[in-house]
Each structure stands twice: as C-alpha cells, then as structure tokens.
Design a protein around this ligand. Structure first.
Ligand code: FAD
Length: 304
C-alpha cells in the first residue's frame, strides 16, 4: 500500500502531470470535490442534509508560500464560515494551517486562525484543524494549544494513527479535553516515523479512539474502513459510550451508500466537502489511496 501511495504521489507531484490533470481533470475531480465555488459547495450541503448527513466545508488550498496568499485564503474561509452560519444545519469547517501561512510563520497562522475562530463562535461554527505531513505536526499542535489557551472551545485537531508519535501526542493533549478526529493518515511518510502495515495502523487507530473516548472527550472516527467502522460500533455499544460523544466522518464522494447507511442507523454522520480552485493536491491524495481511482483518472485522461 505504502509503495503504491509513494509512487502515485511522486508521479502526481511532477509539474507536467499536474498540468495535464488540471487541464483535463476537473470533470474527474468532481467525483471527490463539490466544485470550484462556494455556491456549489452550499448546494452539496443541502443535498447531503436530505440524506441526514452533515457537511464539513473545506476551502481547498495548502502549503501557501507567502503572507498575501495566506490572508487571501483566510478571507475565503471567513466568507465560507459566514455563509454556512446562515444555514439551518450543524456547521463545521476544516482548515489546513499551511493554507494560513504556517510555513511562513507560526504567528501568522495563529493570527489568522484566531480571526476565523472568533467569527465562527458568533455563527456557532466548529473549526477542525486538519493534520498535514509529519514536519508540520509539532507546529500544528502548538497552534492548537495556543487557541485553546486563548479560550477558544470551538476548535478540534486531528491525529493520524500511522504516526508512531500520535499516542504520545494524545497523552499530552488530554489536559485540554480535546475534540479529536482520528484518521489513518494520507501522506507518504518514512518507516522511521510511520507504521507502514495496515493491521498495525488499524490497531493504533482503535487505541486512539478508545483513549480519547474513555477520557470522555468528543471523537470523530474518520474512515471508510469496514473493519474499523464495525469495531467502533461494537466497542462503543459494549462500553456504553453515549452516541453524542462520537461520530463517523467520511470524504465526499467516497462510499456514499455507506455514508447514507450510517446516518440512517442514527449515528451522527458527516462528510468532508472540499471545494475551490486549488483541488489538485487533495485529488492526488485520493487517487493515491486506491489503485482503482488511478485507473479511473487514466481512463478519463485518455478519453479527453
Ligand atoms: C473526514 C476525513 C477527514 C480526514 N482528514 C485527514 C487529515 O486531517 N489528515 C490526514 O492525513 N488524513 C485525513 N484523512 C484521510 C485519511 O488519513 C485516509 O487517508 C483516508 O481516509 C483513507 O483511509 P481509510 O481509513 O478511509 O480507508 P482505507 O483503508 O484506505 O480503505 C478502506 C476502504 O475505503 C474505501 N476507500 C478509501 N479511500 C478511498 C478513496 N480515496 N476512493 C474510493 N474508495 C476509498 C475503499 O473501499 C477501501 O477498501 C481524512 C479522512 C476523512 C474521512
């Protein structure tokens, strides 16, 4: 799995491949992203709500290299928060700190995230800080802690079960009573830092969910993996974990029937709805997750 993912991400990072896919690939990317505009994303929110699925809006964009761009993205995220706040649904927005200038300066990311959280508080919007690749984990956790210490409650973080450090990170976060989304992890990480085999990644995923839930903290179980979903349903039932403490999260366009089924069964179910013009890196990670997705793109490109 890991070699496959590394190879796809390596190929996808080549500029000529990006040019080709960006030119012909929007139609294909639409399987995984709601569109390029906020209006398209809000239409997706309505459609999901018809099936009892709540949306997590995500303005696509990451790893920005200058302050002006980070500020421009922060404005787009604020517009999204404001628009979402007018809808009669649970509101939830995900952000990436490199989109808010983390690579330029941690202070800039803190300033912009603070502004977003202030606005989000007014509109009763929850903000999730996505977790990016391993060189950014320390800084991401540091910004999260700073926000909590500044008194913001409407913010959560993500831990990746493939990272060997995540259990220790969770331990150090527990005093904050954190709202955590647990994921496997989507980046190509080296064996020194990340488990590479699925059974271990699954066991570590379970350990993170168990620990955070047994500490009484809200936990999002974000996976399309039947083994983990079945386990989570059984384990939470056996331990009598209240349903309002945990939820299932999925990616837009991935296993939609499973998403509807989970919502019908009465579990809080959310779909991560990415939108915007900067869709290429997100799309590449989704392709790298499954050989079938790469074939789907290749076929589409050949047809184009
Ligand atoms: C709501 C949400 C938020 C996330 N946030 C982050 C984050 O902040 N940081 C981060 O590193 N990662 C994040 N991820 C991605 C995550 O780390 C995994 O890369 C991704 O979810 C794939 O792992 P999996 O456990 O879902 O399933 P896998 O073990 O990859 O697959 C299980 C089954 O799910 C289906 N499936 C999985 N992926 C796809 C796909 N792309 N297309 C079609 N079918 C698929 C297949 O049927 C597959 O057999 C997020 C995932 C979700 C659902």
């Amino acid at each position: 799995m890991s070699l496959w993912r590394k190879s796809v991400l390596f190929i996808a990072n080549r500029p000529e491949v990006e040019r080709l896919v960006r030119r012909y690939g929007m139609r294909l990317a639409r399987r995984f992203i709601a569109g390029e505009t906020l209006e398209e994303a809000l239409s997706a929110v309505h459609r999901l709500e018809e099936d009892g699925i709540h949306a997590i809006l995500d303005v696509l964009g990451e790893m920005v290299e200058d302050e002006a761009m980070a500020r421009a993205f922060a404005e787009e995220i604020k517009k999204t928060v404001e628009a979402f706040a007018t809808l009669p649904y649970p509101r939830y927005v995900s952000v990436k700190l490199t989109q808010l200038g983390l690579d330029t300066s941690e202070e800039l990311a803190k300033e912009l995230l603070g502004e977003i959280l202030t606005l989000a508080q007014k509109g009763d919007v929850f903000i999730r800080i996505d977790m990016e690749d391993s060189p950014r984990v320390d800084k991401t956790l540091s910004v999260y802690r700073a926000m909590r210490e500044a008194g913001f409650e409407n913010v959560g973080i993500v831990l990746q079960s493939y990272l060997k450090r995540s259990e220790a990170d969770l331990e150090s976060l527990l005093p904050y009573r954190p709202n955590i989304r647990v994921v496997k992890g989507a980046y190509a990480e080296p064996p020194e830092l990340a488990y590479q085999d699925l059974p271990t990644i699954r066991e570590k995923f379970k350990a993170l969910v168990e620990k955070n839930l047994l500490a009484g903290n809200p936990t999002a179980i974000a996976t399309h993996d039947d083994v983990l979903i079945r386990w989570a349903k059984d384990w939470t039932k056996a331990k009598e974990i209240p349903r309002n403490l945990y939820e299932f999260q999925f990616l837009y366009g991935v296993r939609p029937a499973l998403q509807r089924k989970t919502a019908r069964e009465g579990y809080t179910t959310r779909a991560y709805v990415p939108f915007g013009e900067a869709w290429y890196p997100y799309f590449s990670r989704r392709i790298a997750e499954r050989p079938e997705n790469a074939l789907f793109v290749l076929k589409g490109l050949l047809k184009s």
